[in-house]
Design a protein around this ligand. Structure first.
Ligand code: PEP
Length: 255
């Protein structure tokens, strides 16, 4: 049974005071919630104060990115070990803003994902097509490539612990959400890709979040689909109230 996972991605938002306030609010809205896993990914520089603000809560701390090397002359980069050291349990890899704004390749993302697993961090592997790729009928090819290349060299046992986030790029931060049917179709397809790469048992174990303008009004419809196991939430995670409503919708999905 896959546990629904709702995770906030704060991106390059907040300052230290706002990050701590949001962490306190997020901890409060997640209090007592056991059926759903909740996470928050603040900017690197606020990980430590946010970790302190979340201490004793049931919100898992995550990072928005990481580097694959353990240490050394990699100016500006942060290792998986450093993230673990400040209390992270998860690290997002391959977010579309890193693929398309920063220019990260599938190969780099795969190295990060493998380094996260080796260090004991849970990777959240983001995959998803651009609008022009969807319009050209390339969604499945793109998503299949992201999943296959992202998981290259990863064993079935380790793959079962990876969280995949399907995030159609045209739906991120645009207010345009994929319809529950559109999202479910791709989630089901991703599970099929995982079954092909590994086996049915592994495919059934992997949690696949949806991301792209998730808000309280659409969260239930999306997460109640059989292959949608939670949400990676950008904008709506920046207010504890709206994030809390999404968490409550996830709890409602669990029945
Ligand atoms: C994201 O940052 O991963 C995301 C899905 O953002 P938003 O919810 O704002 O579309």
């Amino acid at each position: 049974m896959r546990k629904i996972f709702v995770c906030g991605n704060w991106k390059m938002n907040t300052d230290r005071a706002a990050a701590v306030e949001l962490a306190v609010g997020t901890g409060a809205v997640a209090e007592g919630i056991e059926k759903v896993e909740v996470g928050a990914c603040p900017p690197f520089v606020y990980l430590l104060p946010v970790a302190e603000a979340l201490a004793g809560s049931n919100v898992a701390l995550g990072a928005q990115n990481m580097y694959f090397e353990a240490k050394g002359a990699f100016t500006g980069e942060i290792s998986a070990g450093m993230l673990l050291d400040v209390g992270c349990r998860y690290a997002i890899v391959g977010h579309s803003e890193r693929r398309h704004v920063i220019g990260e390749s599938d190969e780099l993302i795969n190295r990060k994902l493998r380094a996260a697993i080796a260090a004991g961090l849970g990777p959240i592997l983001c995959v998803g097509e651009l609008l022009k790729e969807r319009e050209a009928g390339e969604t499945e090819a793109v998503v299949s490539r992201h999943v296959t290349e992202g998981l290259k060299g990863v064993s079935a046992e380790d793959a079962a612990c990876v969280v995949v986030a399907y995030e159609p790029v045209w739906a991120i931060g645009t207010g345009k959400t994929a319809t529950p049917d559109q999202a479910e179709d791709v989630h089901k397809f991703i599970r099929g890709v995982l079954a092909g790469l590994y086996d049915d048992k592994t495919a059934a174990a992997v949690r696949i979040q949806y991301g792209g303008s998730v808000k309280p009004e659409n969260a239930y419809e999306l997460m109640s689909r059989p292959d949608i196991d939670g949400a990676l939430v950008g904008g709506a995670s920046l207010k504890a109230d709206s994030f809390g409503e999404i968490i409550r919708e996830a709890v409602r999905v669990c029945g």
